[in-house]
Design a protein around this ligand. Structure first.
Ligand SMILES: [Fe+2]
Length: 249
């Protein structure tokens, strides 16, 4: 089963306005066109937060871009989103806001790690309890768990100050459920691919501009827009890769 992740689209209500030097709707269109060519038959899409850039009018533009996806579009919020506005503006198919989503032998979990008025992340006790319950009820399925904020440091002090602040609690829940195979996030505007026991750790670059990795201070990187593909196997295998979408691609 193929899934595609598009993260940190940072759309605005007004087209043509730049976010840190990038027209975010233009780069998203490029990523979507690339995906249609190279990965034409996904089972679902994952939008892992910062769908808009602090602009609720941006959700109408998110709707325009994804309404014709033809497959479920799973959404979770990031620190630049308003969770209530996101759900209201993207109500109804193909948009899905459920925490727990079953696809044959796989469970796809979408967590809300946002903290109102803050840029770092936190998983509320109730959200962790819902995760635990979903994994318990689907113990016969492998699981991919998605959230916005990074649960492991990326190596940039300014960015790691904005990570999930209770990762230990998340990892404690995941450790109780052996079929969890992958943990996937956005927020970082750069790539991370790691392994923690049986868990694949995956941080995904943005569909707009990237942040310079291993940087003491914030800096925009020159890497192009990107998205991630994930191939989830019936045997619990998880293959994944990042597509960097250069201008001439
Ligand atoms: Fe973010």
């Amino acid at each position: 089963m193929l899934l595609l992740q598009f993260t940190d689209t940072h759309l605005l209500g007004t087209p043509g306005v730049e976010v840190r030097g990038v027209e975010t709707d233009v780069t998203l269109v490029r990523c979507l066109a690339h995906a249609r060519q190279r990965h034409p038959a996904p089972r679902a899409l994952l939008l892992t937060g910062d769908l808009v850039q602090d602009d609720r009018d941006g959700y109408a533009r998110v709707r325009q871009q994804f309404a014709g996806a033809g497959v479920p579009v799973h959404c979770l919020p990031g620190n630049h989103d308003s969770p209530a506005d996101l759900r209201a503006a993207l109500a109804g198919p193909p948009f899905v806001h459920d925490l727990s989503n079953r696809y044959d032998g796989w469970l796809v979990v979408m967590l809300d790690s946002t903290v109102a008025g803050a840029n770092h992340g936190h998983l509320a006790a109730a959200e962790l309890a819902r995760l635990d319950q979903a994994l318990t009820q689907n113990a016969d399925a492998y699981a991919l768990v998605c959230l916005h904020h990074h649960p492991v440091p990326h190596g940039s002090p300014w960015l790691d100050a904005l990570m999930l602040d209770n990762s230990a609690e998340l990892f404690a829940v995941l450790a109780r459920h052996p079929p969890v195979r992958g943990l996937l996030w956005g927020h970082v505007h750069q790539a991370l691919d790691g392994i923690r026991g049986r868990l694949r750790l995956m941080g995904t670059p943005s569909t707009c501009m990237q942040f310079e990795p291993d940087a003491e201070e914030f800096n925009v990187d020159s890497r192009p827009p990107a998205y991630r593909w994930l191939e989830l196997g019936d045997d619990g295998s998880l293959k994944t890769g990042i597509e960097w979408v250069a201008e001439d691609d």
